[in-house]
Design a protein around this ligand. Structure first.
Ligand SMILES: Cc1cc2nc3c(=O)[nH]c(=O)nc-3n(C[C@H](O)[C@H](O)[C@H](O)COP(=O)(O)OP(=O)(O)OC[C@H]3O[C@@H](n4cnc5c(N)ncnc54)[C@H](O)[C@@H]3O)c2cc1C
Length: 387
């Protein structure tokens, strides 16, 4: 059996940066991916929004780390991953959304986020052409941004390979074998068996299946989200925009969009009620619903040409917070799972923190904040407001 310091299961939003940061610490890493190349799970479904504006302190800190890594990546490696520092803007039309967003500002400021409430005239500057009727203002966090998910993940894989990490594709993990002490002694694919001091589950929407292989019941359940992208237009929109209002059509709880570094408008909505399961087929209702929402908010979008649509999965948890840390009851299993709708933005921050935890026994943040992500927490105690 080939032996490694760490075996990472999954070469997606979490697995690829984790492999990179583990290798950077000098560890011998193997990354096993069931699909033919990296980022082909849910990573490529993401629209690439990266924000530290959350309500959960651990998510704030993880994403602050991610922002530092994404924004410095080109300088560090020479590779352009489409980083665009345009910020995130949440425009507000109703009392409910104003209360939610203003209520989050104290915790966001406590964790040093550059975020403020801005008035309607400033919103009109930041989102040119926005529907001004009943616009109250909103929040703006200018340090947030966007990245190309596929460019980023491929670059993490490439840099991890340069540091000695081995990636094996079309290598689906089918079994984990433990000894009587609760230590994983072999990781098995259809073709081979491997062993490692540490195993990291970064299997995204399939993470619960991996946990079940060692008798762990960890609640990660996929739900389905659609997205689309337009032909490029002249750059006019800096921030990613999130409209928290439920849609008048009664089928969406919020929607969000941005203009990427190529000039394309990229957009999604959150279905209401959530559509649980793993169906990745596009629906006929997505475009009519999102087109109405886009044009209602920014009437000039009526001229957009849509290039393509797709559907992917959010690996959800009951409280909307990721599950990161050492698995309960096993001596050498770590989890970087349950990323919900923010796994791409969390990826580098989770990877850097997990590498530190695995290598040094401590994450990069205060223990009391990191434990908010604990695999042993009560998953039903609270809910993340901006999940
Ligand atoms: C429409 C849409 C828009 C989104 N927009 C954003 C966004 O703007 N910003 C953001 O941060 N997030 C966004 N997300 C969420 C984001 O895509 C996910 O949270 C993230 O990709 C999850 O990362 P992951 O590493 O857990 O899973 P993945 O990226 O799916 O990686 C898991 C990998 O594990 C592999 N795997 C699974 N089982 C096995 C096995 N048994 N053996 C070997 N390999 C295995 C899979 O094939 C996969 O490649 C969006 C999602 C969707 C659907």
């Amino acid at each position: 059996m080939e032996t490694y310091d760490v075996i990472v299961i999954g070469a997606g939003s979490i697995g690829a940066p984790s492999a990179y940061f583990l290798a950077q610490r000098g560890l011998k890493v193997l990354c096993l991916e069931q699909l033919p190349s990296s980022g082909q799970g849910q990573n490529k479904a993401a629209i690439g929004g990266v924000r530290a504006t959350h309500s959960d302190p651990a998510k704030i800190k993880i994403c602050q780390k991610s922002l530092e890594i994404f924004s410095g990546w080109k300088e560090l490696t020479g590779t352009d991953i489409g980083w665009k520092k345009g910020g995130y803007c949440f425009p507000v039309y109703e009392d409910r959304e104003e209360k939610i967003l203003k209520g989050l500002l104290p915790i966001q400021k406590k964790y040093n986020l550059n975020i403020d409430w801005i008035d309607d005239s400033r919103i009109k500057e930041v989102i040119p052409g926005i529907n001004p009727e009943k616009l109250r203002g909103g929040t703006l966090s200018p340090e947030d941004g966007q990245v190309s998910p596929l460019k980023a993940i491929n670059s993490f894989v490439h840099e991890a390979q340069k540091k000695g990490t081995k990636f094996l594709f079309q290598s689906k993990v089918t079994a984990l074998k433990t000894d009587s002490q609760g230590c994983i002694v072999s990781v098995e694919t259809q073709k081979e068996k491997y062993s490692a001091g540490i195993v990291l589950n970064a299997a995204g929407a399939d993470a619960s299946e991996i946990c079940k292989m060692v008798g762990l019941d960890i609640p990660v359940f996929p739900d389905c989200h659609e997205a689309g992208i337009s032909a490029p237009i002249a750059p006019f929109l800096d921030p990613l925009v999130v409209d928290l209002r439920p849609g008048a059509e009664g089928k969406t709880s919020n929607f969000y969009f941005g203009q990427n570094s190529e000039g394309q408008i990229i957009f999604c909505y959150t279905p209401n009620p959530p559509i649980l399961g793993t169906n990745r087929h596009s629906t006929s209702e997505f475009m009519p619903i999102i087109a109405r929402r886009l044009v209602d908010l920014i009437p000039r979008f009526k001229n957009l040409t849509i290039r393509r649509v797709w559907r992917g999965l959010y690996p959800m948890t009951p409280d909307g917070v990721a599950i990161v840390g050492k698995a309960p009851g096993l001596s050498n299993l770590y989890l970087g799972i349950g990323m919900c709708g923010q796994g791409f933005m969390m990826g580098p921050g989770v990877g850097a923190n997990l590498a530190s935890l695995i290598n040094q026994g401590k994450s990069l943040m205060e223990d009391e904040v990191f434990t908010l992500l604990s695999p042993s927490r009560n998953f039903y105690a609270k809910k993340e407001v901006l999940k």
